[in-house]
Write a protein that binds this ligand. Structure first.
Ligand code: SF4
Length: 381
């Protein structure tokens, strides 16, 4: 079942490049981060997201089964008008498309074992356009590291529900995209070049299963022949990335990074108990840097711990650091509800901590950035 195709069918007989209504061109459908449709209207790119009614917090329009909202970056009136147009199309098609999806899943030749935690899946495409400067690439969907605050969990859970897969806790399953390298080779031949971000959007590219499957490595090997117009950015919480240090160092423009939200081991164990220890992550950055890889760190969300110690630990190991605050608690209510750490869920504490860390890093000569890519990778290609 290709959910991106099904998502397009919700709009009716229209393909990418075609107009949904005069002046509204369909750009793409993606199920990478939930159900997302991208349009071009009045010279702007606009993303529209579909969620089940019972999970929607805010929406601009609705159908019987979906709430429809536009994402940041589009002008309010245009976003609302677009959601109304999408809702009108979805209303006409949702019953037929969702019934077909259920029938397809039920008649698939091999039914997935509901208890199966690691599934092999194939994909038609692997690169997801994520803006003007880059694509994302997810060798896996789902993450056995299972941080409770991970933003991916609710979005991946929605897509699994549409595939009629059982509801299981985040951190207990992963889909292995076994043909990712092959799909990447085809995408490189067909798409305009841009940076490629392997990162914890719906998975960690170096979670333990990568040791056996080698999907991330196989994709990097494909990129080794692709040229400097396809720089890679890889982000992880796992030391397994050291295995690929030489390969990463050989890729022009490649960046390798570690998520290190605190320097305090006890805090890290509380919030991300299955990720590598902070001392191990720092050692991995040392080894990547020694191998000649451009290194960076991501601090997100802000977690308690000594700001100066964190800035000192990062300053000698990375050339830049991305900072961002906590956006939602996701599954981490209990972790942030602990009286020792409850202050850290407050937006003001998050903002102040970010500012202090930014100042401390800047004072040590480390470039600080926010957004999707480090400054060196944002230039148009
Ligand atoms: S390692 Fe990254 S992708 Fe995996 S659960 Fe943690 S935040 Fe999510």
């Amino acid at each position: 079942v290709d959910l991106a195709d099904r998502l397009l069918e919700l709009l009716g007989p229209v393909s990418p490049g075609g107009e949904l209504v005069p002046g509204v061109r369909v750009v793409r459908a993606s199920t990478e981060l939930g159900l997302r449709l991208t349009f071009e209207a009045k010279g702007q790119l606009a993303h529209v997201e579909l969620t089940p009614i019972d999970e929607a917090k805010h929406f601009a329009a609705r159908t019987e089964r979906f709430a429809i909202a536009f994402l940041n970056g589009v002008e309010q009136a245009l976003g609302k008008a677009l959601c109304d147009v999408v809702a009108a199309a979805v209303r006409r098609n949702e019953a037929a498309v969702l019934d077909a999806l259920v029938a397809e899943a039920a008649s698939a030749p091999t039914q997935p074992d509901p208890k199966l935690k690691i599934r092999s899946v194939t994909v038609k495409r692997i690169l997801e356009r994520a803006g003007p400067t880059h694509y994302t690439l997810s060798p896996y969907v789902g993450c056995l590291i299972g941080c409770r605050f991970c933003y991916a969990q609710s979005r991946v859970a929605l897509v699994r529900r549409l595939e009629r897969l059982p509801a299981v806790p985040w951190g207990s399953y992963v889909d292995v995209r076994v043909n990712a390298a092959e799909a990447l080779r085809a995408d490189l031949a067909a798409l305009p070049p841009a940076a490629i971000k392997f990162c914890p959007i719906v998975s960690d590219p170096y979670q333990a299963v990568e040791q056996r499957e080698g999907i991330t490595r196989a994709c990097l090997e494909v990129l080794a022949g692709a040229g400097p117009q396809w720089p890679a950015l890889v982000l992880t919480r796992s030391t397994l990335i050291e295995r690929d240090a030489e390969l990463l160092a050989s890729l022009p423009g490649a960046h390798a990074g570690m998520s290190i939200p605190t320097s305090d081991e006890d805090v890290a164990r509380h919030f991300e108990p299955r990720a590598a220890a902070i001392s191990e992550r720092l050692r991995t950055l040392d080894r990547l840097k020694a191998a000649g890889v451009t290194t960076f760190a991501v601090v997100q969300p802000m977690l308690p711990g000594d700001v100066t110690a964190l800035a000192d630990a990062l300053a000698t190991r990375v050339s830049s650091v991305s900072l961002d605050v906590l956006h939602s608690l996701e599954g981490a209510q209990a972790e942030f509800g602990d009286p020792r750490f409850a202050h850290a869920r407050e937006p003001q504490w998050q903002r102040e901590r970010l500012e202090r860390l930014a100042d401390a890093l800047t004072a040590r000569g480390v470039a600080v950035w926010s957004g999707e890519l480090p400054p060196a990778l944002t230039a148009p290609r």
